[in-house]
Design a protein around this ligand. Structure first.
Ligand code: 0A1
Ligand code: ZN
Length: 879
């Protein structure tokens, strides 16, 4: 809970650890009231330590200390100093064995950090600093140790006892207890430690690595979920193969285990050889999981597996380097998904999310560089900037160096750093050295926050056939960084002729044209490129494939955007041109509504939209992307003063107009995209379902009985969750008895499956209706809801917090409601509370009335006894 003034930790203060831990032996005796932890650590002074005679300081929080022994001698209480966060031993030898016994209470752990109970089973979450909640330790990632762990528990209650590595011994003890000892030969930091004990069923399989080793694969779940593990297993094997083929990386233990738990703060965790997953990212059956769930599961299974090399074998020196493992691993999982599905769709989804969330974070009070210089609470820095922008930064190496150059850099990175805890500087150096490049300016992507803006101007000289592009870059001020220096920005550019074909590109001073997309390296505040030998004035296609995480502006006319949307050879930019056009049209409608004018959809937009809708050559999934209107959040970001009601009214108007004008086409699309046969999760079928459900949601905007019946009949007939939820989502948009009836049917059917009910909670909490808050308050009373389970909180309270017209209701009711939930959660689970309070950070972007109410709520929270997690976000928002 709140300290006088929470400490800030700075990267510049990093010092190597005073001691190293060569061996860690642990014994956990799990009990119904408390758990006893015995540790035996072989320590020695770090030769690289800053101070030669420093005392030994161990991290530890909320531990009941029972005994301390040094080299076999019991120490008396006067021989150590204990405070709320540490245990200090002065005058220790240069090398020694320390034995500590302490007690903890996992049953009372509602924060879900360290050892806790979930559905009657024990599990752990140690990243970032949870290990210290179990025993005293040097709990930092640059202390890597070889672990041997014995788990002791009651055989009847906890038949399965797991930890990292390979099982080396097991046996039965007195009183119905049994034990298993695990040994992990790979030195690892404490944050990768895991322990699981419970009554779990296991799906088993095996995998032969490229070099011919057999690896046992095991997925552990509660017995009633055993029929929902096949997709996760298939995904795992796919990811293992991909990493061998793409990066030459093989798995390195005899067993790989995954455990699903219902109570988990985040998505999943890459503990060495024993991944722990939030059950929502593992369990899937056609009738319980949507296509999106299937895709996410595949991606997250891959992500955690890929961490084995990018994170575990090579780990972070300190938590400021978090993106070293996260940005790189997200890049790897994005590449995996793009290569095993339809690549363009994945790229569009990733960029949509980056723009609507990371660009927003980058423009607010919590903006921070990919490598933050400081933090109060590290758990607050598992952000879209560290993860998603970090992945874009890694992608830029690949864009700059090419696929092979990037691979050379990766190979050198592993050759240099396997088994070590390193920094993003080391990663950059490996990329540069492997390719003989000077990438020093690239460093600024790690150091400077904010989304750069690239402004493009062009000039055409018909007489000489020369076309000049002038690129200027700037980056807005962010907290603590008023001025920015120019970034090294790879801008991929193509030029289209009047027929929409790519022109061959020849830059001044080049002998001949080469290729139709060029990566321009923008390094200065302003730079020019001259293309020669062109026979007509081209139309530029800029930042193709979203080659850099920047905002690009070029004065396109609406006609030009429609032309790019129809013709650009770069499929991503085709989508992006459509998105820009739609954004412009919607901003126009918003302005009309604000000014009290009658909104009207421009004819040109309708024509362009209809052309996409009826284009027989477009893949269904891509078409669905192109027909989705920009989100309310994205539109909000484009406004000086955000007006949530006008945004919602404009977007609803546009949906209705597009549905009405093109009703026959939508219906045609709906009926021709039915997927026959048994449900399969494959990109083609999933694309068709996505498009068909999108058609249904447009048609729902037309209201009226026929559409209600269309949705209701899809709901009744659906044999898979994608179509069932698609229909329910459409019904949520229409008033009428069908909606309540479908909600009731869904609840009755799924009342015992909490993960499916989460979808039901989320749909109702995100409904943009006047009675939504009342509904959410009522749903909190539902027996299926519990404020102690993060998944329930995210799906009900979190979905409401993300509901633009619900949270931002002009009367302030949404603010007061979320504020009250944050207050409750702050005491129970600070990480979850911190995620809920995030919606308040952007209060300055709203009108005076909303600003005052959001600010009042933040100030009220600031006056409470806050956890470090919530305090950091509240105080930085008010600064
Ligand atoms: N490293 C995991 C995510 C994770 C991060 C933090 C946690 O607790 C604060 C838990 C999990 C990943 O990237 O998948
Ligand atoms: Zn990760």
């Amino acid at each position: 809970m709140k300290e006088a003034s929470p400490r800030t930790i700075y990267l510049k203060d990093y010092r190597p650890p005073a001691f190293l831990i060569e061996r860690t032996e642990l014994r956990f005796a799990l009990g119904e009231d408390s758990t006893q932890v015995e540790s035996r650590l072989r320590l020695r002074r770090n030769p690289a330590a800053a101070t030669p005679a420093a005392p030994l300081v161990l991290d530890g929080e909320d531990l009941e200390l029972l005994s301390v022994r040094l080299d076999g001698r019991d120490l008396a209480p006067g021989e150590w100093v204990q405070d709320a966060e540490s245990l200090t031993l002065a005058n220790v030898p240069d090398a020694f064995v320390l034995e500590i016994v302490n007690r903890i209470k996992p049953q009372e752990n509602t924060r879900l950090e360290g050892l806790y109970k979930s559905s009657g089973n024990f599990c752990t979450q140690c990243e970032a600093e949870g290990f210290r909640c179990m025993t005293y330790y040097i709990d930092r990632p640059d202390v890597m140790s070889v672990f041997t762990t014995t788990v002791v528990g009651e055989q009847a209650r906890y038949p399965v006892l797991l930890s990292n590595g390979n099982p080396v011994e097991k046996g039965v003890l007195d009183d119905g207890q049994h034990f298993v000892t695990w040994h992990d030969p790979h030195p690892k930091p404490s944050y990768l430690f895991a322990l699981v004990a419970g009554n779990l069923s296991c799906l088993e399989d095996s995998y032969k690595t490229a070099s011919g080793r057999e690896v046992a694969l095991r997925i552990y779940v509660e017995p009633h979920n055993i029929d929902k593990c096949d997709h996760a297993m298939a995904s795992l094997k796919k990811a293992m193969r991909w990493d061998e083929q793409r990066f030459g990386l093989e798995y390195d233990l005899d067993i790989f285990m995954i455990v699903a738990v219902d109570d988990f703060n985040m998505g999943a965790m890459e503990n060495k050889g024993l991944n722990v997953f939030n059950s929502k990212l593992l369990l899937a059956r056609p009738d319980t999981a949507t296509d999106l769930d299937y895709e996410r599961i595949e991606g997250v299974i891959a992500h955690e597996y890929f961490h084995n090399w990018t994170g575990n074998r090579v780990t972070c020196r300190d938590w400021f380097q978090l993106s070293l493992k996260e940005g790189l691993t997200v890049f790897r999982d994005q590449s995996f998904t793009a290569e095993v599905t339809a690549g363009t769709v994945k790229r569009i989804d990733d960029v949509r999310m980056l723009r609507s969330r990371q660009f927003v974070e980058d423009a607010g009070p919590m903006a921070h560089p990919v490598r933050p210089p400081s933090y109060m609470e590290i758990n607050n820095f598992y952000t879209v900037t560290v993860y998603e922008k970090g992945a874009e930064v890694v992608r830029m190496y690949e864009t700059l160096l090419g696929r092979e150059g990037f691979r050379r850099g990766m190979d050198l990175y592993f050759e240099r750093h396997d088994g070590h805890a390193v920094t993003t500087d080391d990663f950059l150096a490996a990329m540069a050295d492997a390719n003989g490049e000077d990438l020093s300016q690239f460093q600024r992507w790690y150091e400077q926050a904010g989304t750069p803006r690239v402004t493009v101007e062009d000039a055409w000289d018909a007489a000489s056939g020369r076309y000049t592009l002038t690129l200027r870059q700037s980056c807005p001020a962010t907290p603590g960084q008023p001025e920015k220096r120019p970034f090294l920005i790879p801008v991929a550019v193509g030029l289209l002729d009047a027929q929409g074909r790519d022109m061959p590109l020849r830059l001044a001073a080049e002998a001949q044209a080469a290729g139709t997309t060029r990566v321009l390296r923008l390094t200065e505040a302003e730079q020019q490129w001259v293309f020669e030998g062109l026979v007509e004035r081209p139309l530029p296609s800029l930042n193709r494939g979203f080659s850099a995480p920047v905002r690009v502006s070029y004065p396109y006319t609406e006609t030009q955007l429609a032309f790019l949307a129809a013709h650009d050879a770069d499929a991503f930019n085709r989508w992006d041109a459509g998105e820009q056009l739609a954004t412009r049209v919607l901003l126009g409608l918003i302005a009309d509504i604000q000014a009290g004018r009658e909104p009207a959809l421009p004819e040109r937009f309708l024509t362009a939209f209809a052309a996409v809708l009826t284009d027989a050559g477009l893949e269904a999934a891509v078409k669905a992307e192109m027909l989705m209107l920009p989100s309310e959040n994205w539109l909000a970001e484009q406004m000086d003063v955000i007006d949530p009601d006008a945004i919602h009214a404009a977007r609803s108007y546009a949906r209705r107009a597009l549905a009405g004008e093109l009703e026959a086409q939508w219906l045609g699309l709906y009926h021709t995209h039915e997927v026959s046969g048994e449900y399969r999760f494959d990109p083609r079928d999933a694309g068709r379902r996505r498009l068909r459900n999108l058609a249904l949601s447009y048609l729902a905007a037309l209201d009226g009985k026929p559409m209600r019946q269309l949705a209701a009949s899809q709901f009744e007939q659906a044999d898979n969750m994608t179509d069932s939820l698609g229909a329910l989502a459409a019904l949520m948009l229409i008033d009428g008895a069908e909606r309540e009836q479908a909600l009731a049917t869904f609840y009755d059917h799924w009342r015992n499956d909490p993960l499916v009910l989460d979808k039901w909670f989320a749909l109702q909490a995100s409904a943009q209706r006047p009675d939504t808050l009342a509904r959410v308050e009522q749903l909190m009373q539902n027996p299926a809801f519990s404020i102690r389970t993060p998944n329930r909180v995210y799906s009900l309270i979190g979905a409401f917090a993300g509901n633009p017209t619900g949270f931002h209701a002009a009367d302030g009711s949404g603010y007061r409601f979320i504020g009250a939930q944050v207050e409750t959660l702050n005491a129970l689970n600070p990480q979850v509370a911190a995620r809920m309070v995030g919606v308040f950070t952007r209060w300055r972007r709203y009108d005076a009335g909303r600003q005052a109410q959001m600010r009042a709520e933040l100030e009220r929270l600031q006056g409470l006894d806050l956890s470090r997690d919530v305090y950091e976000i509240v105080s930085k928002s008010l600064q």
